[in-house]
Design a protein around this ligand. Structure first.
Ligand code: ATP
Ligand code: MG
Length: 246
């Protein structure tokens, strides 16, 4: 049987100090799909992404990656198959760009230095930074740092890439260079979940948009449906606010 579900999240729940933040979230992602997660501040978007790779431990529910359940006991191996791109880049400041892209390949995947180096150069080329391999993160713009972080994730051959507001720490002129790379990845068939307020990216790259509020998925659908045909009052109200305030 062919099963092309890469990520399958079922009835995920999380509470902080007795307050329910995720109230039973379910969605799935097929190979090559990009889903964009939107919703007001505090709706649980980051908590959901962090629960998927156990940066935050869920209270209940089930997460499957390529048919295999993600558990406390296998989390290191599972994490190696899920790339995570953070808002604040999370690069090692004392390492060069090349070493940032190489280190997990060597330490987590056990690759030898030569093949990790070759792959790092390939991924840096892919994100348009072939000429900055010897720079340190502090010598790069925020947009360039985020592209290094994407290259680092790609070099691990992940089954899925998770992005939590990858451009929200960037000036508008730097946002475009990062969303362009992400759009290209979506086109090339990378499987991705992206939390973002960049609606032009969502329109162009998402197979589906998921709207979350108060720990629930309120509605999900293709971009055209969500932007133009949704009759759900909360979805429309949220998209109107985004359209007004960018
Ligand atoms: N470590 C934590 N301890 C306690 N409460 C938390 C923790 N992390 C998140 N929360 C709470 O959980 C709720 C959901 O937070 P979350 O960060 O997932 O929202 P979000 O949708 O990502 O918001 P934003 O758009 O502002 O990033 C919020 O009320 C938040 O205060
Ligand atoms: Mg968040």
């Amino acid at each position: 049987m062919v099963n092309d579900l890469i990520l399958d999240v079922h009835d995920l729940k999380k509470a902080y100090d007795g307050v329910d933040v995720l109230k039973g979230i379910g969605f799935s992602l097929k190979k090559g799909e990009t889903k964009v997660l939107i919703g007001p501040s505090g709706s649980g978007k980051s908590t959901l992404l962090r629960c998927i790779n156990y940066l935050t431990t869920p209270d209940a529910g089930c997460i499957k990656l390529n048919g295999e359940e993600v558990l406390d006991t296998n989390i290191d191996a599972m994490r190696a198959r899920m790339g995570f791109v953070f808002q604040d880049f999370n690069l090692f400041s004392h390492l060069t760009v090349l070493d940032n892209v190489r280190i997990c390949q060597i330490k987590v995947k056990g690759k030898d230095k030569a093949s990790a180096t070759e792959r790092a150069h390939q991924e840096l080329e892919r994100v348009g930074l072939a000429d900055r391999a010897e720079a340190y993160p502090a010598e790069l713009s925020g947009g360039q740092q985020q592209r290094v972080s994407i290259a680092r994730a790609l070099a691990m051959d992940p089954d899925v890439l998770l992005f939590d507001e990858p451009t929200s720490a960037l000036d508008p002129e730097l946002t475009g260079e990062v969303t362009k790379v992400m759009q290209q990845l979506a086109k090339e068939g990378m499987t991705m979940v992206v939390v973002t307020h960049e609606m032009s990216f969502a329109r162009q790259a998402a197979d589906e948009i998921i709207f979350m509020e108060h720990g629930y998925i309120v509605e999900q659908g293709a971009p055209d449906f969500m932007f133009n045909q949704s009759t759900h009052e909360r979805t429309r109200a949220f998209l109107n606010v985004i359209a007004e305030h960018g």
